[in-house]
Design a protein around this ligand. Structure first.
Ligand code: OAD
Length: 228
């Protein structure tokens, strides 16, 4: 079976009603990223950070996977599909995909502020001040903030380096190190981009662009793959 490696971003979940970050009306237009998604923001105002992620979590619990997520899950019938997602939602999981690496963490999990190995499922949508790990320390969202290392990046790079086909869906390719994963794609592997807007990826002439939303674009991709 050929290996399809997918790098997904916020656009993947846009049709599920979750907002992207950098488009008009995106989250970083309404919120200051350094206040709600950085270690400094956490130091300054935990309540605000917790509120921001609680709101995201509440919306996620009401959201459903969209045809894009389901299409990728279906692709597993014919391909060895490995998803690397920048998304902290669990919509790939809920659509039935079985191999998912979360580069930027998981919204429905919390982590101890003193022991990064202590990770818990969050029951419901709220994580609050006073919610403690088993060692008595405050819990924080289990997400990667700006200025923090991306622990899964090495594993992701290794997965990308084994791709027969590489697919980029719904990411502006603005955030590193995630965007740099493309440099690990073997030269023989075709690269597909599914995005309704133009995505700038300098230096790659072999990219096939499917300029559609994820839900529709997946159907085109599956047709393309029939020739692979
Ligand atoms: P962006 O908001 O930067 O980019 C979203 C991309 O999705 C854009 O290229 C849109 O054109 C595209 N898009 C919009 N609707 C779409 C649809 N229906 N189908 C397919 N594509 C669509 O989001 P990311 O690239 O994911 O990090 O952002 C990367 C990281 O920056 C995030 O993981 C987050 C953010 O700050 C952290 O919080 C650490």
């Amino acid at each position: 079976m050929k290996k399809v490696v997918v790098l997904s971003g916020a656009g993947m979940s846009a049709e599920s009603g979750l907002r992207t970050f950098r488009e008009m009306g995106g989250l970083w237009e309404e919120y200051d990223v350094y206040e709600v998604a950085s270690p400094g923001g956490w130091e300054r105002d935990r309540q605000m950070v917790l509120r921001f992620y609680n709101e995201r979590r509440k919306q996620l619990l009401e959201a459903l996977p969209n045809p894009g997520h389901f299409g990728l899950a279906k692709l597993e019938k014919d391909f060895d599909v490995q998803i690397i997602t920048q998304n902290i939602d669990d919509l790939h999981e809920r659509a039935g995909s079985t191999s998912i690496l979360h580069l930027h963490g998981e919204l429905r999990k919390s982590r101890s502020t003193t022991d990064p190995d202590l990770i818990y499922d969050i029951d419901g949508w709220e994580l609050n001040e006073g919610d403690l790990c088993e060692k008595g320390s405050q819990l924080r969202p289990h997400v990667v903030w700006f200025g923090e290392a991306v622990p899964a990046i090495q594993e992701a790079a290794e997965i990308v380096s084994t791709a027969d086909l590489f697919v980029i869906i719904g990411t502006s390719m603005n955030v590193y190190p995630a965007a740099g994963l493309i440099d690990h794609v073997p030269e023989t592997a075709p690269i597909y981009v599914i995005d309704p807007n133009e995505v700038s990826i300098p230096g790659y002439s072999r990219i096939k662009v499917i300029r559609k939303k994820a839900g529709e674009g997946i159907d085109d991709l599956i047709n393309e793959f029939k020739n692979e």
